[in-house]
Structure formats: C-alpha cells, structure tokens
Design a protein. Structure first.
Length: 285
C-alpha cells in the first residue's frame, strides 16, 4: 500500500514532463513559421521529439539563401531570440540537402538551451557563404562555419573547415574566405578528398591560423607552389609556414621553397613525411 503514493508521484512527474514538452512544441512551430517568412530564409521547420522527452530534445532546421545579406542575417538572428524555447540542436545551411556540393553549414547545440542565434555569428555565416559563391557553381566542396564564436571583436578564431575533391581549390577557398572576412581571427582547415568519399577526411592538407590583422597575400605564392610540387600538409601560423615533404616530392622542392620563403621574408620549416596516424586534425593541435 505504501508503494502507491510513489507510483502516483512518478505518474504525476511524467505528466508534467510530457506537458512541458507539448507546451514547447506549438511555440517552436510558431517560431519556425515566423522564420520561414523572413527575407533571406528559404525554409524553416521544427523537428519535434516524440514520446516522453524534455523540450530540449526538439530541433530547429533553417535553410537560408546562399546570397544572405548582413541585414537579413541580423533580422533572422533577432527573431530567433524571441520567446523562450529550448532545443537540442540547430542546423543552418544554404541548401536543403546539407551534404550537397557548394553548401555552407553549421550544426550546433545552443549553449544557452534556447533557439537564440548569435547575430555576429550569422553575419559571419553570410560572409562565408559569399566566399563560397566566389568559388563558382563548379565548386564541389563544402564549408562548415561556426556560428558560436568569436563574437565581434573577440580573440578566439572563427573555425572554417572545408573539403574538396580538387586540391587546387583549397588555395582559392582560403583566399576567398580571407577576402570576405578580413578583420576576423581565422582557423582555416582545408582537406583534399582524393576519393570523393562524402565523409570529411581526417587529414588536413591546408591549414591557416591567422590573427585579425594578418595579411594572407605574402603567403600565397609559397603555399600554391608547395601544393604544385606535391607536398603534404601546408600550415600557416604566426607568420610562418610549415610544409610537409612527401616521399614522392621532387628532391629540388626544398631549395625552391626556401628561396620563395626568403624572397617573401617568411620563416619556413620543412618536415619529413609522417604517417597519417601521427598527425592530428590541425598541425598545431
């Protein structure tokens, strides 16, 4: 007989939990509907978790115009912060199929447990999308851009990862991202997907850790030539360049790269080839 109050309490807590979940659903659906009507938004939808779950297990999916303007990005971010809805994940992409070539994507769990998007972050997303457009319709790679940092004026670098089946496009992508984001500390990681595997490769071939005021132009001739010579990973950090030489890199490559670096006044480090398991996601990690 003494068990009944406990069972009743469990039943009551389940009802309250479910009521909280269901109470969040209409508000999240309403928010998705309002976002769907904004300029710059292609579509927005709420993915409601089923069963007895917490409201935080809902998800929000937003597809934006690849030519998203800064003004539209700010309006979208402002509207996303209206109300008090919890979600587990938010996906922002420039295409309905987020894995399609030419897509700019960010998937994240809001730290605050709400649907509030960072206004500076969404503006940077729009700028990264503009960089993607510079690469043209034939670009077969994808961008992943973090909306969660850095905030305007912050010191933490903005992480941009990219994969392409054409290694030569990595140079172009880095240049175009820097052109669109000239005053932002940048952590760029570009991977060459040789076999066309849709999963992101785990080996970075072009990496750049740039402060907000670092000029990229002096590094590009050295980076481009290193790639043409068939080197491995090329990494820019703190005004210096590290180049991994491969077993099949021409023996004359070292002298040529050293000459280019001296001409540009760049510190150069040449490394012997390393097994894939010896290199982390980025050379400085």
């Amino acid at each position: 007989m003494r068990i009944r109050p406990v069972a009743a309490a469990v039943g009551l807590s389940t009802v309250v939990l479910l009521a909280g979940c269901l109470g969040q659903a209409p508000e999240l659906q309403s928010l998705a509907s309002r976002l769907d009507g904004l300029p710059g938004v292609v579509s927005a939808r709420a993915d409601l978790a089923g069963g007895v779950v917490t409201p935080a297990e809902h998800r929000l999916w937003v597809v934006v115009d690849p030519a998203l303007s800064e003004d539209d990005a700010r309006r979208i971010a402002q509207l996303s912060c209206e109300g008090d809805v919890e979600v587990a994940m938010i996906s922002i992409a420039t295409k309905e199929d987020s894995l399609a070539p030419g897509t700019v994507l960010d998937v994240f769990s809001p730290e605050s447990g709400t649907t509030c998007l960072s206004e500076p972050g969404l503006v940077r997303f729009a700028e990264a999308s503009a960089a993607m457009q510079r690469l043209g319709e034939g670009f077969e790679g994808r961008f992943s851009v973090s909306l969660q940092g850095p905030e305007a004026g912050g010191d933490d670098p903005l992480l941009v990862t990219l994969t392409s089946t054409d290694r030569a496009r990595l140079d172009e992508a880095l240049r175009d991202v820097r052109t669109e984001l000239p005053g932002v500390p940048l952590d760029f990681r570009g991977s060459w997907d040789e076999d066309g595997d849709p999963n992101l490769p785990d080996h970075v071939h072009l990496a750049a850790l740039l402060s907000a005021d670092t000029e990229l132009a002096p590094f590009l001739p050295l980076v481009e030539r290193a790639r043409e010579l068939g080197t491995g990973t090329v990494a820019i950090k703190d005004g210096a360049v590290t180049v991994e030489l491969r077993d099949d890199t021409p023996t004359t490559a070292s002298a040529e790269l050293i000459a280019l670096a001296e001409q540009a006044g760049i510190a150069l480090t040449l490394e012997p080839p390393l097994p894939p398991t010896a290199r982390p996601v980025a050379p400085w990690e």
